[in-house]
Each structure stands twice: as structure tokens, then as C-alpha cells.
Write a protein that binds this ligand. Structure first.
Ligand code: 13P
Length: 272
């Protein structure tokens, strides 16, 4: 993609993020890796709804400024993603309200409730909290970036990435839409997960079609918890809400609602 098209698309995506309330005020940041290896990024502390071409920053892959504009304070997060994922050329970070509500509640978006989401996005794990713009944040995200196309950042927001700006934005949009549907279904009494055989078929379809490869199978993924499909790597981090909570207090164990219900029903059966 030539630089002029990248600049135009980036500004349009900033506007869309603002119009859809994925960001307010100066929240969020977007970048694209240009063909010559330079990074075009939103400047720090600037409203995405009022972004103009002359404000955009350019850096190299180490984050050194190549023009007079100061890039986002979260540039290190973007550079980490480009380093870990050679297939990725664009990153969108925002605070979309429904997705961020999951991040604030300490929950990943990993329940198998929507066929299209299993096909196109896969599960969205939750990275532990890290202070924005510091190594804490990038260290928490690093183990998850390879296996997922979008992440939640605890008590912060969401990031999605892809082979171009539109794919990164589409993934952010799918994340937010999924989180909204998950919350609404809970208001209606709770969502029903797809059965394991249906999930297995969807995962086979997505791998055969090349939407997502085996790398997207992860132990953190609620889809795979329900199927017989093996995770290709046994040493993946488990970034479920329970691991986030237990990290907050030594010796303290916390469970998801489903885990608690299962434990209680096992205890009831033992007492019968
Ligand atoms: P910047 O304005 O530095 O890009 O930071 C915005 C943001 O959303 C931080 O999480």
C-alpha cells in the first residue's frame, strides 16, 4: 500500500473509531507499517475525530521519530506487535465500551456463542494489567500476541491488528460487537454456548479456508475447552479471568461463574 493511501485510510479509521464511540477525547491510537519499513502513527494526545494528515507521526521500527510530530505514547505496544507478528501491518487500539467492560470485569471474550466470530476472529484473551506506555503493558501482552488477532488489556481497553488497516479495524469492530451481544444475552437470561461438535466443525472450516491457522488454537480459548481439538502447543499461557484474579493475591483462588457452578454441582452430587 502506498503512503498516500495509508494516510487516507488511517485518518478515515480514526474518524470511524470516534464516531462509533470506540474512543473519546484523545483516547486510542492507530498505526500502519509502510512498505519501506517506516511506521505511520497517530500523534499522542490528539482527538481521533479531528485527525488530519499534517498531524501524523512517522518513526522507524525502533520508535525513533522521523518527522516533527510526537507519536503515540503507546507506540511500543504497536512495535511489539509488528515484531512478534511479521504478517501484521496495522494496529488499532481503542477503549470500546463493551469490550472494555469485559477488560474491566477481568473477563476474556472467549465463550463460543457466535459462529462467525469463531470463524473470523477467534477468542480474545485478557492480558494482565500493565501501566500504559511502560514495559509492564508490553510484557503482559507479549505471550498472547502470536496466537490472537485481538487482545483485551485489563482495566484499560482493546487492541486489534491485521494485514492492513481495514482488517485491523474490522477485527476491533467484531470484538466490540461480540462483547455487546454477550452482555445483552446475559441481560436476557444468559447465552447458550455452541455445542462442541459445532465448534470443532467451525475450527476445521476456518483452518481449511485459511481464515485462522492452528496458531490461533490456544489453551486460553473457551472454544477449545469444549472440543476434542488439541492445542498445537502445550506451553501456551492461560489468560483466563481466573489466572488474572489469582495473580492479584497470593494463595487466593478465584473462579469464573461457570467453574463455580460446576464445582457446586459436583459437591451436590457427592452429597446425594
Ligand atoms: P496516546 O494519545 O499517547 O496515543 O494515548 C492514548 C491512549 O489511549 C493510551 O491508552
Amino acid at each position: 500500500m502506498d503512503e498516500q493511501t495509508a494516510r487516507r485510510d488511517l485518518i478515515r479509521i480514526c474518524q470511524l473509531m470516534y464516531e462509533r464511540s470506540y474512543v473519546v477525547s484523545s483516547d486510542g491510537n492507530v498505526s500502519v507499517l509502510l512498505e519501506d519499513g517506516r511506521v505511520l502513527a497517530t500523534p499522542t494526545m490528539t482527538c481521533k475525530g479531528r485527525m488530519t494528515d499534517d498531524l501524523l507521526a512517522i518513526t522507524d521500527l525502533e520508535g525513533s521519530a522521523l518527522n516533527g510530530n510526537r507519536a503515540s505514547s503507546e507506540l511500543a505496544m504497536h512495535l511489539l506487535i509488528y515484531r512478534e507478528r511479521p504478517d501484521v501491518r496495522a494496529v488499532c487500539h481503542a477503549h470500546p465500551p463493551h469490550g472494555t467492560a469485559f477488560a474491566v470485569a477481568g473477563l476474556p471474550i472467549d465463550q463460543p456463542i457466535l459462529s462467525e466470530v469463531i470463524l473470523t476472529l477467534g477468542c480474545v484473551p485478557l492480558a494482565e494489567y500493565g501501566t500504559p506506555s511502560t514495559d509492564e503493558l508490553t510484557n503482559a501482552m507479549r505471550p498472547l500476541v502470536k496466537h490472537h488477532n485481538a487482545l483485551l488489556m485489563a482495566n484499560h481497553g482493546a487492541v486489534a491488528y491485521g494485514s492492513d488497516l481495514w482488517q485491523a479495524f474490522d477485527r476491533l469492530e467484531t470484538l466490540e460487537h461480540t462483547a455487546k451481544i454477550a452482555i445483552l444475552s446475559r441481560v436476557l437470561g444468559g447465552s447458550r454456548n455452541l455445542p462442541p461438535d459445532a465448534i470443532e466443525k467451525l475450527i476445521n472450516v476456518r483452518e481449511a479456508a485459511g481464515y485462522l491457522d492452528e496458531g490461533a488454537r490456544c489453551q486460553a480459548c473457551g472454544y477449545l475447552h469444549e472440543t476434542s481439538l488439541a492445542c498445537p502447543s502445550g506451553d501456551r499461557p492461560v489468560a483466563r479471568s481466573s489466572s488474572y484474579s489469582s495473580a492479584n493475591g497470593a494463595g487466593k483462588v478465584s473462579l469464573t461463574r461457570e467453574e463455580l457452578v460446576e464445582l457446586l454441582s459436583q459437591a451436590t452430587r457427592l452429597n446425594d
